[in-house]
Design a protein around this ligand. Structure first.
Ligand SMILES: [Zn+2]
Length: 246
């Protein structure tokens, strides 16, 4: 993502591959503490954390692996031919501060390509995964496809969503692009999903390449009956924060 600075690499990835090279225990698994006996070697903890990180990163597309919420920053305003970098946006800074201060709010990130919307959204997703909360990231097109197919393996099981008492996280990427025609069934399911998010206090993160008015128009056209209700419900969601980056 051109608009964001690359994050520092995870230091755990630089540890020796072979435990026998461990400087603390030489592969024995125990560290000897002078006059105090032995304790489990700290490399075991490091390995456990690395396995946990690897599991978590499997859920996140590789291009976003280098980004973490607490390390995010907008690209410094650099100048090309005397002009400010067009990708830099002052709202990015406010957004990052707000997300770091409250990573549990619902965020609707609207803006043109290259502003880092999905990167910010993926950082919130990673944060939720790191906390062990039930979390899912999916594009709208894929979500609707699964709903349309009435797939019993649909990733979003409304009943379990409704029942879950932990704070859940749902990222719907590209919310302004259904990919194909929105069927009645899919939009009814989507409306139901948004209702469930509200009831269950699910943290909902959306991204779209449309501003608020364009997004409303899009949904009114996609489904004149339910589209406006979907948009209304989203805007009424408690603690939802809309940020437009254009
Ligand atoms: Zn060791």
């Amino acid at each position: 993502m051109a608009t964001l600075e690359r994050m520092s690499q995870n230091p755990n990835l630089n540890r020796p591959k072979d435990a026998s090279e461990c400087p603390w225990c030489r592969g024995l698994g125990w560290e000897i503490l002078e006059g105090k006996g032995a304790r489990q070697c700290r490399h075991i903890q490091v390995e456990r954390q690395s396995a946990e990180t690897a599991r978590l990163l499997q859920a996140i597309p590789p291009k976003y692996h280098g980004y973490r919420l607490e390390e995010l920053q907008p690209m410094p305003q650099t100048f090309t031919n005397g002009l400010p970098n067009p990708n830099w946006h002052p709202k990015q800074k406010d957004l990052i501060a707000r997300m770091n201060h409250n990573p549990y709010l619902s965020y609707y990130l609207l803006g043109t390509w290259g502003k880092g919307k999905t990167t910010y959204a993926m950082c919130l997703y990673r944060h939720a995964l790191e906390e062990g909360r039930p979390a899912l990231a999916i594009t709208l097109a894929e979500l609707l496809k699964q709903m349309r197919a009435f797939d019993s393996k649909c990733v979003v099981d409304l009943e379990s969503f409704r029942r879950n008492k932990e704070q859940q996280f749902l990222l719907i990427d590209e919310f302004g692009d259904a990919g194909s025609r929105v069927t009645d069934f899919a939009s009814a399911s989507l409306r139901e999903l948004i209702n469930v998010c509200e009831e269950s206090n699910t943290q909902l993160v959306l991204t779209a390449n449309k501003n608020e008015i364009e997004l409303e128009r899009y949904w009114s056209q996609a489904d004149p009956e339910r589209g406006p209700a979907i948009m209304r419900k989203l805007k009424q969601k408690k603690g939802a924060f809309i940020v437009e980056m254009f």
